[in-house]
Structure formats: C-alpha cells, structure tokens
Design a protein around this ligand. Structure first.
Ligand code: MG
Length: 371
C-alpha cells in the first residue's frame, strides 16, 4: 500500500465563549485548525487534525502547522502509511521538531492502519475494550464566583472532574480563590488547579503551602527546573504539561523528580506514535496521565480518546474534550463526545471519524506524486 495524495484544509473554529488561562495572561476566542486526509492506492483514506490553542499558548500556530506540512507531505508520497515508525523517521529527517505538524499526518496513517487491519485504534494501541473515559471539564480563568458557576454548569453536563485555570500573582487572592473553588466541590468530585506556567516559584510555594488542597497542581511555573524546585517544597502532586514536548523532556522530568503526572497530548507530542512511546514510559515510572489533545474538533479529541481507552485506568486520569468548547461542529455526531460526563472511542475500524470533504470547503493544499 502506498500513499498517493495528501490534502489539507484550514478551518476556523470559534469558541462558545472567550477563553482565558494562565491567570488571564493568555486568551483565545477562535482556533485555527488544520485537517489532513491521506489517500492510498488501495482506496483507503485516513484523517488527522492539528489545532494549537491559539498562537500564544504553545510554540505552534495554525499557519505554521500548514507551512510545515507543505515541507513534510511530499516526502511521504509513495510510502506505506502502515509503517508508522518509517513514516515518523521520514518526517523527522525532513524537518526536525514541528511536532504539531507531524501529528495529523501520523494520526491519518494510524487511521489507515486500523482500517486495513479491520481494528479500531484503541485495540491497535493495546486496549481491551472501548473504555468509557471520564470527561474533565475545563474552567477558564475568572473570579472565583465565575469559575464556580462554570463548574456548576459542567456538573449539570455530567462532569465530576474539573480543571480550574488559575495563575494570579497575588498570593492572598490566589489562596482565597483556590479555597472557594475547593469549598464548592461536591462529594466524589476532583479538581486540578492548572496554573498554565503563570506563577513564579516563590508564588507557587507560597500559595500551595497556604491552601488545604491535596489536589493536583498543574504546570505551576514556566520551566521544568522551576517546577522541580516547587515540587520539592510542597505536599501536593504536580502534573506537567506545556514544558513537555519530546521523550527526552519526560526523561528529564523523571530525573528531576519534577512531577507525579503529565498531560499526554498527541498534537504537542507529534502524533499517536510518539505519544504512545511516552505513555509507555509514564506507566513504567508510575506517573498518572490526562490523555487528550491540545484543542480542535471531535476528530482531534477522538484520536486522543483512543489512546486513553487503551491505557490502564490505574494510570489514566480524566480527559477533556476540545469539541465541548466549540461553537461549530465540522464532524457532526461523530467521534468522542461528552455523554453525561463520559466519552468513549468509536468501535469501527480505524479512527472512526470521517469528515465530509464537501463540508470542509476548498482544500488549502494538496500533494501528489509528480508525473
Ligand atoms: Mg494544562
């Protein structure tokens, strides 16, 4: 089987409401997503999506994704999409880094592998069932009462796990906000306080040692060394997110004792192939994981939910769904959705999400073997 054509589309995905994070420092109102379809000479096609969360959250942006795909795609024409390690090696030799651009190409090839094997991705990735994954809410930065109102909304939609985006620099205000959010938690609920890099180490140590919370605190500071400094001075478990990109980053975090858990996001890590390698390392060292994507439609969410479903619940935490936050739905009714606080991957072969190309508009670019 050979790849004959790679086509990409650009989609603007408006959010239901403006989203602030990192204590209000970073904000986004719409996302710039890239959909990719990989076609083969045997009639199978696979889909992938890459959607950075705006352009100021991670070192990635929509136009950059497409620009990198323009360099990557021609080198994949003629290759067997089922040879995932070879596909990834070819991409790494063409263009180091640029993991957000590699992710949709890798995921589309996984989709084809699944279809050719007549197996859903969760099974190919090692899972024994299409496990139902608890959906993590995602509560943007606001006043304590605004955040509590949104947690109440998420509770109505079935969520029992919440990710509250904090990160103010006033230690007293932040301590009060954490306390008020904690006091609103219902029995059986859990909240992660996601700082999105906003705190200085001093602020992190001061707030975390002032609150009663034993909850997870996520990416308190900008760098891994800063987070490791904090981890040695607080009693709460720490998750890392934005400072992790490569396998080596995860090895460094382990050596530094910087965390007890991580976010596994295919978009940030370069696709399912690399995310799975890192997932395996995390299980070996005993870390717990939220497995979800950076953002995007139900297409991107579904790829991550397949990997979440293939991961033992012993290590797996809740997963957020980017599609829950969008005002549009490019893949209506398909893929992983929030059903009363739970999401499950499709049971059909492959990824299980097939966009209608007619709904996507004109392609942004297409690559074929030159004759
Ligand atoms: Mg985070």
């Amino acid at each position: 089987m050979k790849i004959t054509r790679i086509t990409m589309w650009q989609l603007t995905l408006p959010l239901k409401r403006p989203y602030l994070l990192s204590g209000g420092r970073l904000g986004v109102q719409q996302l710039d997503s890239t959909f990719v379809r990989v076609d083969t000479d045997e009639g199978l096609s696979g889909w992938g999506e890459s959607c950075p969360w705006g352009h100021n959250y991670l070192p990635a942006h929509g136009a950059g994704v497409r620009s990198a795909i323009e360099l990557l795609a021609p080198g994949l024409i003629g290759k067997d999409p089922r040879a995932l390690d070879c596909i990834n090696l070819a991409m790494d030799e063409t263009l180091p880094g640029h993991l957000h651009a590699k992710s949709p190409l890798d995921i589309a090839c996984w989709d084809i592998l699944g279809q050719s094997a007549a197996l859903p991705l969760w099974k190919l990735l090692g899972g024994c069932e299409a496990a139902r994954i608890p959906v993590n809410s995602s509560i943007p930065t606001g006043t304590a009462s605004e955040m509590i109102a949104q947690i109440d909304d998420a509770r109505i939609r079935g969520c029992r796990f919440h990710s509250a985006k904090i990160g103010g620099l006033d230690v007293d205000c932040e301590t009060k906000r954490v306390g008020e959010i904690l006091a609103n938690m219902a029995a059986g609920e859990q909240v992660t306080f996601d700082v999105n890099r906003a705190w200085t180490p001093a602020a992190a140590v001061a707030v975390m040692n002032s609150v009663d919370a034993r909850s997870w605190f996520e990416q308190p500071c900008e760098t891994m060394d800063q987070c490791a400094h904090v981890a040695s001075r607080v009693r709460q478990p720490i998750l890392l997110d934005e400072c992790l990109h490569t396998f080596q980053d995860h090895l460094d975090a382990w050596r530094l004792s910087a965390c007890e858990g991580v976010k596994i996001k295919p978009g940030r890590l370069g696709g399912l192939t690399k995310a799975r390698r890192i997932r395996d390392l995390c299980m070996e060292v005993g870390w717990q994981m939220h497995i979800e994507d950076v953002g995007g439609s139900a297409l991107a969410d579904t790829a991550a939910i397949h990997l979440a479903a293939a991961t033992s619940p012993h290590f797996r935490l809740a997963s957020w769904l980017g599609n829950d936050h969008l005002n549009v739905d490019p893949v209506p009714g398909q893929g992983a959705r929030n059903l009363e606080g739970m999401a499950k991957p499709p049971e059909v072969a492959g990824l299980g999400v097939v966009p209608d190309a007619n709904r996507l508009g004109s392609p942004y670019a297409s690559f074929e073997r030159s004759r």
